[in-house]
Design a protein around this ligand. Structure first.
Ligand SMILES: *Cc1c(COP(=O)(O)O)cnc(C)c1O
Length: 371
């Protein structure tokens, strides 16, 4: 089997998605599964849908188009603000987009009218993390303008925290979003506005009994794929944290000194690293590098340590273990390492599934989804 490769266990992803959907449904919160980490790979998206997810979100229109082409007809949400230059594609492939700019919304309106479509819009509110979002005092006037745009349906508000500055969701900022949203729920709006509170970093707060107020949707990627909340990367109880692993092959294995010799200057990627002399070690080189993966996000098997990485070599201290050339090593990886591995043309993907899935909350057996 080819290496390096990502090994993706669909049964575990199914379990994580179904568990989160059930727990959040119990408190009135729907889940938009975020597919950007795996570039909208249709089989993974389909696994999430069979687990009870009804809405898929991606930051790239190309990934949404890929899922559409594969025949997925679930609700699709573009979770990064649309590019004006892609307005027609956004309206064609996505049902809803998250927006912050009136100029973009006007372009979407023109594109939607031209296509005889109605495009749903959630307005993102800035709550302090300082990535995307309308400053709270400006939300009212933008909602008014959006409600007048032909071809556009104002569907609610959203926010995104913990992505740029690490600002955590809490009762205060979530209440601010809820309260803002309640101002725009008019009597003629028969359907409730969507209030999309955030991403996987909201889960700690929610599961600790946070006051959810009007929050009725979350957009979850990392929690489904990795079973962890992103604020402290603690495992979420009942979820698999090992659904995805990275398999790479050993191309050199030798006993070598731990300390380099010669005149030390900068290395390819760092200032000359400080070396401590530990005598001879079992040094192993694995055929994967910075071009393929963020090596800081890799966890090797017990007893093995990562020493360094250059573009195509990952250097390990195998400790007491004897590892032979040609054998494979399996690493756990975090979201950042996963993102880069997914986008490297040199890393293959192998999806694993036994095929018959048990919904964890009902003991119901679901037949394998269509390929
Ligand atoms: C990436 C992203 C998400 C998903 O974040 P996770 O931490 O993976 O759950 C949600 N919303 C927006 C706007 C995003 O960009």
């Amino acid at each position: 089997m080819s290496t390096p490769r990502l090994q993706i266990d669909l049964d575990k992803i199914f379990h994580n998605a179904a568990t989160l959907v059930t727990r959040l449904k119990a408190i009135g919160v729907s889940v938009t599964a975020v597919t950007k980490g795996f570039l909208g790979a249709p089989q993974i998206a389909q696994t999430m849908l069979s687990a009870g997810i009804t809405s898929l979100g991606d930051s790239r229109i190309e990934n949404i188009e890929r899922m559409r082409r594969s025949g997925i007809d679930a609700q699709m949400v573009l979770i990064r603000a649309p590019l004006i230059s892609q307005a027609d594609r956004v309206v064609a492939a996505a049902d809803i987009s998250l927006n912050t700019e009136l100029k973009t919304l006007t372009a979407l309106s023109v594109a939607a009218s031209r296509a005889c479509k109605t495009h749903g819009v959630l307005l993102m509110v800035e709550l302090g993390d300082l990535r995307e979002g309308i400053m709270p005092p400006d939300v009212g006037s933008i909602v008014q303008s959006v409600r007048k745009l032909p071809g556009i349906r104002f569907m609610g508000l959203g926010s995104n925290l913990a992505c740029r500055s690490g600002v955590s969701p809490d009762n205060r900022n979530m209440a601010e979003l809820s309260n803002l949203a309640s101002r725009f729920t008019t009597s003629e709006c028969s359907t409730l506005l969507t209030v999309s509170g955030g991403n996987s970093s909201n889960l700690d707060w929610i599961f600790a009994g946070g006051e959810i107020g009007g929050i009725n949707n979350l957009r979850l990627g990392e929690a489904i794929l990795f079973g962890r909340e992103p604020l402290r990367r603690t495992p979420i109880s009942g979820l698999h944290t090992n659904a995805i692993s990275l398999i790479a092959e050993v191309i050199e294995s030798k006993s070598k000194p731990s300390k380099p010799w010669g005149t030390l200057a900068q290395s390819a990627f760092n200032d000359a690293p400080v070396r401590y002399d530990q005598g001879d070690i079992n040094q192993v080189i694995v055929a994967i590098g910075r071009q393929d993966v963020d090596h800081d996000g890799l966890t090797p098997p017990d007893g093995i340590n990562i020493l360094d990485a250059s573009s195509d070599h990952l250097v390990l201290n195998a400790g007491k273990r004897k590892i032979s050339v040609g054998s494979s090593i399996s690493f756990q990886l975090n979201y950042s390492a996963f993102l880069r591995a997914m986008t490297s043309p040199h890393v293959g993907q192998k999806l694993i599934e036994k095929g018959v899935k048990a919904l964890p909350y009902q003991g119901v057996t679901v037949l394998p989804h269509a390929a």
